[in-house]
Design a protein around this ligand. Structure first.
Ligand code: IMP
Ligand code: MG
Length: 175
């Protein structure tokens, strides 16, 4: 059980807003004249994705995938399953995957492999936070918000046992 008193602020909502602005400018520039399919990884990406897409001035479409890698706690099981597939055809599309965090990289590299087999025209990755210290699989991140230390973080969509996704700032859990 984690209590709110154990949370220490790591990234403020103002810093998150600045990062979203910066990433949206890069994506607007890179996808000019295209109609990207933005695929959010449920559930963690939905807060970041909602902020990001409202700054995108592109005729984009949205879809979602739901994966399971972690159980309800903090440790990765190392196994990934697709619980909900994207409904949209992927072939020939400019696909941009939006994720909350890349930790070991196992989850997102599984998803990128899965999507690549459907032959998109292009496939890129936009991530709010990156925890490179724990990486086990190399992951090419095209658009990155923040690099974070090897600590468990919550807020802005990120959870601990399904709690704290609604916090507007990002916090570290103090042991
Ligand atoms: P990976 O497969 O180890 O890269 O883990 C990716 C998934 O683990 C993310 O999509 C998150 O759902 C979860 N995760 C990893 N680190 C954290 C964290 O610090 N806070 C919350 N969720 C995390
Ligand atoms: Mg996730």
């Amino acid at each position: 059980m984690v209590f709110q008193s154990q949370l220490r602020i790591l990234i403020s909502r103002g810093q998150i807003a600045e990062a979203v602005d910066r990433l949206a400018r890069e994506i607007n520039r890179d996808y000019k004249g295209k109609q990207p399919l933005i695929i959010g990884v449920l559930k963690g990406s939905f807060v970041f994705m909602a902020d990001l897409i409202r700054q995108l001035d592109l005729p984009l479409e949205l879809d979602f995938v739901r994966l399971a890698s972690y159980g309800s706690g903090r440790e990765s099981s190392g196994k990934v399953r697709v619980i909900q597939r994207p409904r949209s055809p992927i072939g020939g599309r400019d696909v941009l995957v939006v994720e909350d965090i890349v930790d070991t990289g196992i989850t997102i590299s599984f998803l990128l492999g899965y999507l690549k087999r459907k032959r998109p025209a292009s496939l890129k990755l936009c991530v709010l936070t990156d925890k490179p210290s724990r990486r086990r699989v190399a992951v090419p991140i095209d658009y990155l918000g923040f690099t974070v230390p090897d600590k468990f973080i919550v807020g802005c969509g990120l959870d601990c046992g399904e709690k704290f996704r609604n916090l507007p700032d990002i916090y570290v859990i103090e042991d």
